[in-house]
Write a protein that binds this ligand. Sequence first.
Ligand code: APR
Length: 310
Amino acid sequence: MRKKIALIGGGQIGQILAMLAAQKELGDIVILDIPELENPAKGKALDLMEMAPHGNYDANLAGTSSYKDIEGADVVIVTAGKPRQAGMTREDLLAVNLQIITAVAQGVKQYAPKAFCIIVTNPLDAMVYAFYKLTGFPKHQVVGMAGALDTARWKAFIALELGVSVTDVAGTVLGGHGPDMVPLPRLTTVGGVPLTEIASKEQIDKFVTRTREAGTEIVKLFGKGSAFFSPAWSAITMAESFLKDKHRIIACAALCEGEYGVKGLFIGVPCRIGAKGLEKIYEIKLTAEESSMLQKTVGVVQKTIEETKL
Ligand code: APR
């Protein structure tokens, strides 16, 4: 029997998620949106079924607004919620998206209580915390998609500037999904060569700043809405590692219970994702400077989480 993937939210990111999940034959796919958008969700599902002969994939896709249809899902990816518009911070979305996540958590808890859940809705660190609290799911079952995207952006900017293949760039980004995130140049390599040996301090500073502001750079270009291709592929990488038990090590927003000195918050940290979900958080020994940057981002996340009052 095929695995079942439930996509809660069938907007910009949701539709790319559906396409990628189908193309990768991760399983059958249900796209759930609000009742007013049930027909567009059905239409997207049908369109993707009609693409299958060219895409050479076998996957059944369906659109719905009823949680009953996600019953027994193995993976749930949540993008339900408002995206940023130009001039907005992610935190500006808190009140409206908290309401949406509350409804989503209820539906997922009822119909897919065993699913591995990947939250994408912003402000990410607070929304994944809220979903975790509201469902009461164990921590290995709930992660936030942010670090995977921030890391992808970090690697893309390095490859672009240095004129090297992006596939040779390895590294990670810690912390919250916002302008205080912590890329780690000291631990980044390009084909095994330390970044700090092949890029100047000025170049590295530029990569750090651009990565921190990458989401905003896209929002400004779009004018309306926020990034969707790269967030979708980042979430699919996480889902695939779970579904295929790949044990990939991916930066995810995970519940820290003492790791990095953080207790009870979801923070971007390197995680091993396999068939059991979040299987392990890796703790990196940080320099004093890196630690103080991490503390700053943790403070920002803590404040946003407090605003959820959960
Ligand atoms: N249940 C299901 N779907 C919902 C609900 C709900 N209660 N509320 C809203 N949605 C749907 C919307 O109808 C819309 O189709 O979520 C979808 C969101 O899609 P977009 O507006 O296109 O937003 P998108 O670009 O996909 O981003 C979604 O991810 O990265 C974050 O900041 C981004 O919070 C935003 C989220």
